[in-house]
Ligand binder design. Structure first.
Ligand SMILES: *[C@@H]1O[C@H](CO)[C@@H](O)[C@H](O)[C@H]1NC(C)=O
Ligand SMILES: *[C@@H]1O[C@H](CO)[C@@H](O)[C@H](O)[C@H]1NC(C)=O
Ligand SMILES: *[C@@H]1O[C@H](CO)[C@@H](O)[C@H](O)[C@H]1NC(C)=O
Ligand SMILES: *[C@@H]1O[C@H](CO)[C@@H](O)[C@H](O)[C@H]1NC(C)=O
Ligand SMILES: *[C@@H]1O[C@H](CO)[C@@H](O)[C@H](O)[C@H]1NC(C)=O
Ligand SMILES: *[C@@H]1O[C@H](CO)[C@@H](O)[C@H](O)[C@H]1NC(C)=O
Length: 772
């Protein structure tokens, strides 16, 4: 029934635009068939035969080969077997019942979810590279290839200059394929640029800004330069955060796959991007977008392109790193939570951009801004609510309260500081423009109740600051108490070494993963607040009143910014430890992470409460340690297949996924036994024993287990001593958790397990929800 309702809405929308009701009943679908029997060296004929089989399969349902050819707009013939087609709902349903088909996904829209950030992680200090820096071990990521699926790239940025770089590695099969004017050219640093928009052209053609890989939004340029941009001295945004902009792996090669258009990324385009990046020879794929909300359950696992594309990447040995989403601080909001990706949460860095509000009663409050021009410092200005300066045509939908452009009465705001409320789908900087254009002297941007303490430093166009909800409440109280409320805003400054950092960003999505509670997600936290990185210089020819200022570097926040930090670290690990699998690299990153802040206290939430593993996973990334973790928890593609069997996928499905190479075991093990570097038991009844296996990736050594059991849980480890004679050796152990009956009903509780030889500390979070 809900499917029907959805289709009606689509029909009406399209009808409003062009009124072709018949067409409107069609949608993009991806028909997923598993893997191809051939490998990466398949011939042109193999690919042609695969495409032909796709036509044939669709013909068997549509009746005509020509109709099948017309409907198919991607034929995935490399590492993924399947096709994308524009189909009626009924045809898609029939296709899903076909015995050769694993799943049919309806196309959906996924959404796009630094100078100081690297210093902060101890890779360098005061501009000097520390001797034990992973940068040295990894030769700055030399010759590792990072692919970024995102909104494209601004190739002229200094972050992508190829000065002094050698020839492109021979194994690289990618290219820069733009053929239009202003298309993206390749050099020896930026070695690939491809765009995928066939699904978007069918689903929302207005979102497509050009048939090119050029980044017109800035997001893709920012994320790619964070992962693999070179060092650029004196990068700054209008003078703030002035320092050297650095990518995580500054000597890595980078490639941009533009699959996102106007902030949205369509299913079939995303899958095409994954397929291409794996085929071209990427070592790491960075994905800073995802679904708005988690998948309902594991049954819908393969109804989402990041889960599917990343599985195929992992099978081919390519590591995939994803953002966790920006729907925090609420629980069960984490997305991109498949066990074969690294899911990254956002933490703060020790840098702030504070300024101060002085009120007429001499009280002060702290705000946040990147705007340095000041109001005359000794003078106070009248302060008013935007809502009390509403133009008559702007009373609906809080337009004036939210400071929509053209909604403020200049007679009332001229020369005053205007209080605007956050939200209403109006960009924060635009609110300042609305105040400025109505003649206001300054702006205080106030959080609403739902926004809480999450304030952002923005490059405003007038003296401005942003305040938390609790500060907003005191401001309103003062304004109500005074007949002539007055205020001043000081210019903001860059403050370094801010204490109690990192803390977890309020916006960062949290576990547990409702889709897959057996795997602790997110995996790791990395800097994602106020990150300086390269940006687009694009100014749309049709842009009217928006912000036309362009800085080569921009400060952005989000798990989108956290993800490429970890992609950069993975690239460094790939350079330093080329034989490691994607799971071994993730294990190294997770087991060496930190859970304390720079005061030695447990990492906190932005509001001061102690954070848990559902916010940061294993902790905040600590790259220098990751290169020498001592031991790793590895996972092979077959282990993932076994996990899918445990999840309920059949031997027939697994045969398709593995091109006939894998069959489910007769009695699949519990999902908790996946050899993950963290342990979560989502529904403990009495007692449970989990298995884990460690591999020695360092010298010989004797490792001893120590642990802190979660509250109300008895925990034992068996054996408690593991002796490794040589590198590569593997040892198994069991962890048993048992609930203490008198301490039930506390929901999830948190502990840890550490294996140490006195030099290395291999740390895993342990999370248990005891039911009885
Ligand atoms: C991109 O190419 C498609 C055809 O492949 C065309 O329909 C569309 O108008 C082009 N878009 C732009 C912005 O040039
Ligand atoms: C950034 O710092 C450098 C040197 O420290 C200085 O020369 C430059 O003017 C500064 N840039 C801005 C925009 O403040
Ligand atoms: C409201 O009316 C004023 C003219 O009185 C106009 O300039 C402004 O654009 C209008 N605002 C909106 C949101 O329509
Ligand atoms: C200003 O606006 C806020 C939020 O919209 C409201 O709570 C407050 O009462 C208003 N104060 C005045 C003095 O209008
Ligand atoms: C782990 O426990 C299983 C039984 O649950 C047992 O068969 C196995 O030998 C144990 N492994 C170790 C290393 O103790
Ligand atoms: C947990 O440990 C305590 C103390 O060692 C013991 O008294 C209790 O029986 C144990 N409970 C379970 C369920 O194993």
């Amino acid at each position: 029934m809900s499917g029907q309702a959805l289709f009606l809405t689509v029909a009406l929308l399209v009808c409003a635009a062009e009124c072709r009701l018949v067409q409107a009943w069609k949608k993009s679908y991806v028909v997923y068939l598993g893997a191809h029997a051939y490998g990466p060296d398949a011939s042109v004929e193999d690919h042609a035969r695969a495409t032909e089989s796709h036509y044939e399969l669709l013909r068997s349902v549509l009746g005509s080969k020509q109709m099948a050819k017309d409907a198919i707009f991607y034929s995935y013939t490399r590492n993924i077997n399947g096709f994308a087609a524009y189909l009626d709902h009924e045809i898609a349903t029939r296709m899903a019942r076909h015995p050769e088909v694993v799943t049919v996904m309806e196309s959906k829209m996924l959404k796009l979810h630094t100078t100081r950030s690297w210093d902060f992680m101890d890779m360098e200090r005061d501009g000097h590279i520390l001797p034990d820096s992973i940068w040295k071990h990894a030769k700055f990521g030399q010759n590792v290839i990072i692919a970024n699926l995102d909104s494209g790239v601004w190739p002229e940025s200094h972050s992508f200059s190829d000065e002094g770089m050698d020839e492109v590695p021979k194994r690289w099969k990618g290219s820069c394929s733009d053929s239009v004017k202003y298309g993206v050219p390749c050099n020896k640093k930026l070695i690939g640029a491809k765009f995928f928009n066939r699904d978007m052209l069918l689903s929302n053609p207005a979102a497509v800004d050009g048939n090119w890989t050029r980044d017109t939004e800035g997001h893709g340029t920012h994320t790619l330069s964070t992962a693999g941009g070179r060092f650029v001295p004196r990068a700054s945004l209008f003078g703030y955060a002035n320092g050297t902009a650095k990518g995580g792996a500054p000597r890595a090669r980078v490639a941009a796959y533009k699959v996102c258009w106007s902030g949205e990324c369509a299913t079939a385009d995303v899958l095409a991007g994954f397929e291409s990046a794996v085929h071209d020879g990427a070592d790491v794929i960075s994905v800073s977008f995802g679904q708005d909300a988690p998948l309902a359950d594991a049954n819908s696992f393969f109804h989402e392109p990041v889960t599917l594309g990343s599985l195929h990447a992992t099978i081919h040995g390519v590591a995939v790193v994803c953002s966790a989403g920006n729907s925090g601080p609420f629980e069960d909001t984490v997305v991109n939570a498949a066990p074969w990706v690294t899911t990254v949460a956002a933490s703060t860095v020790d840098r702030d951009f504070p300024n101060q509000i002085t009120l007429g009663n001499s009280a002060h409050m702290k705000g946040m801004s990147l705007e340095s021009s000041d109001l005359h410092s000794d003078k106070l200005f009248p302060v008013i609510n935007a809502s009390s300066a509403a133009l008559p045509n702007c009373t609906a939908n809080n337009l004036a309260t939210n400071c929509a452009m053209g909604c403020l009465d200049s007679g009332k705001v001229k020369g005053k500081i205007v209080v605007c409320v956050r939200g209403g789908d109006i960009p924060r900087v635009m609110k300042g423009m609305a105040v400025l254009s109505a003649g206001g002297a300054g702006m205080i941007l106030a959080n609403g109740e739902m926004d809480g303490d999450d304030v952002e430093a923005d490059p405003h166009v007038l003296p401005a600051t942003m305040i938390t909800y609790s500060e907003a409440v005191s401001l309103y109280k003062y304004m109500a108490s005074s007949s002539e409320p007055m205020a001043n805003i000081s210019p903001s400054k860059t403050e370094l070494g801010v204490k109690n950092s990192p803390s977890m960003a309020a916006f960062s999505s949290r576990g547990p993963s409702g889709t897959l509670p057996f795997v602790l997600k997110p995996d790791i936290a990395a800097p994602g607040v106020d990150i300086l990185a390269a940006f687009t210089q694009y100014v749309s020819p049709t842009e009217v009143s928006a912000d036309k200022r362009r800085s080569e570097y921009a400060i952005m926040s989000g798990t989108s910014m956290a993800c490429p930090h970890v992609s950069g670290v993975v690239a460094l690990l790939k350079a330093a430890r080329p034989e490691w699998s994607p799971a071994a690299m993730r294990s190294a990153i997770m087991t060496t992470a930190r859970t304390q802040d720079n005061t030695g206290a447990p990492m906190r939430e932005q509001d001061g409460k102690e954070a848990t593993a559902f916010a940061y996973g294993a902790g905040n990334v600590h790259p220098n340690r990751a290169v020498d973790p001592g031991l790793v928890y590895d996972i092979t593609p077959n282990d993932y297949f076994t996990f899918l069997c445990s999840l309920g996928f059949t031997t027939k499905d697994l045969s398709r996924l593995s091109a006939g190479k894998f069959a489910c075991p007769a009695k699949p093990p519990p999902m908790e036994d996946l050899n993950y570097p963290s342990i979560v038991v989502p529904a403990l009844r009495h007692t449970m024993t989990l298995k884990r296996k460690l591999r020695n990736v360092g010298q010989s050594g004797t490792y001893r287990a120590s642990w802190r059991a979660p509250f109300g849980i008895n925990m034992t480890v068996d054996p408690t001593v593991l002796v490794f004679q040589k590198a590569g050796e593997e040892k198994e152990f069991n962890v048993t958790v048992a609930s203490q009956k008198d301490k039930l009903g506390r929901g999830y509780v948190f502990g840890k397990l550490v294996w140490s030889d006195g030099i290395h500390y291999v740390r895993s979070p342990v999370v248990v929800n005891a039911l009885d």
